[in-house]
Design a protein around this ligand. Structure first.
Ligand code: 13P
Length: 305
């Protein structure tokens, strides 16, 4: 059954000159099938670079939207039209407009987990991999509004010493990981290195050894001599970590950290997506042109290695 679906996808990909991009939180079989797996920054760079005519984006709405903004001449497909990101929807363009009115001199940095309309109203976009570098690139005298994730924002405040104006958004999947989860798992595996995503809460990050984007976790595990890791992020991350490091052990900080939207993508839906060219993700020209400026800045400012 799986073999048949994979064969179908291979043929359809060839027929449509398509590429399959998958986020590190996707179900394992989708990651295995993808031409490229990565974090939000890596996927955005790939989406801009690819020569394919069709991008099947195995991720959530804002990721496909970012690809459509960077590559408007390509057809961008999201295999499940309801694969959204509740964090991205936690600030509307109207709310950002009001915030900007209250701080008229501030620059706006938005996390890539945001709608195209919010990006269009922002000066800079960033991902969890380069948020520090993006903020550090801005003049010290500048006030900065950071939306929508308060926990990534707080991480940037701690690392840069800048006094950001934060928005109270959060990722429901990351905030279920508690301080107790980390303490209990560490007590069981005292030799383990704890890696946390910056969207985790502050007490969780304080107990962690490394705070990294998803692809940075893969790089760090590869370089490390440690043999055991506790992973505080969405559990899809464990698939690639285990595959790329067969001699090490990876333990989820919380088995509850499952993003229901990322898990909406299935092999069947990828087949239907390519058969029917659905669901096309497009961004109106006016919004796209404005949002692209912020995203172009995001893909230019690379994280320090
Ligand atoms: P990364 O960019 O680290 O992969 O994170 C994406 C994301 O949506 C986290 O919730």
């Amino acid at each position: 059954m799986i073999e048949q679906l994979l064969e179908k996808i291979k043929n359809l990909k060839g027929a449509h000159n398509a590429v399959i991009l998958a986020h590190n939180y996707q179900p394992g079989e989708i990651q295995d099938l993808a031409d490229f797996c990565g974090d939000s920054l890596g996927l955005s760079i790939k989406a801009a670079e690819t020569g394919a005519e069709v991008i099947v984006f195995c991720g959530v709405q804002f990721m496909a939207e970012t690809a459509a903004i960077l590559s408007p001449e390509k057809t961008v497909l999201l295999p499940d039209k309801f694969a959204g990101c509740p964090l991205a929807d936690m600030i509307t363009s109207e709310q950002l407009g009001e915030l900007k009115q209250r701080h008229p001199d501030a620059l706006v940095v938005c996390y890539v987990n945001s709608t195209a309309e919010v990006k269009a109203q922002s000066d800079y976009c960033c991902t969890s991999a380069n948020a520090i570098e993006v903020v550090n690139s801005l003049g010290k005298d500048k006030q900065i509004i950071f939306v929508p994730d308060q926990h990534l924002g707080q991480f940037v405040v701690d690392k840069t010493g800048r006094d950001l104006i934060l928005w109270p958004g959060y990722c429901a999947t990351h905030v279920v990981i508690t301080e107790e989860d980390i303490k209990n798992t560490k007590a069981k595996y005292p030799d383990a290195i704890v890696m946390a995503h910056p969207e985790c809460t502050e007490p969780v990050k304080e107990l962690s050894d490394e705070i990294l984007s998803t692809s940075q976790m893969l790089k760090s595990a590869k370089k490390s001599t440690a043999k055991r890791f506790i992973i505080a992020t969405e559990i899809g991350m464990l698939h690639a970590l285990k595959e790329q490091n067969p001699d090490a052990e990876f333990i989820a900080a919380s088995a509850k950290a499952i993003c229901p939207n990322m898990k909406k993508i299935t092999l069947e839906k990828v087949v239907w997506s390519l058969e029917d060219m659905q669901y096309k993700v497009t961004v109106p020209d006016e919004v796209r042109a404005k949002a692209k400026k912020a995203i172009d800045r995001m893909v230019e400012i690379l994280p320090e290695e």
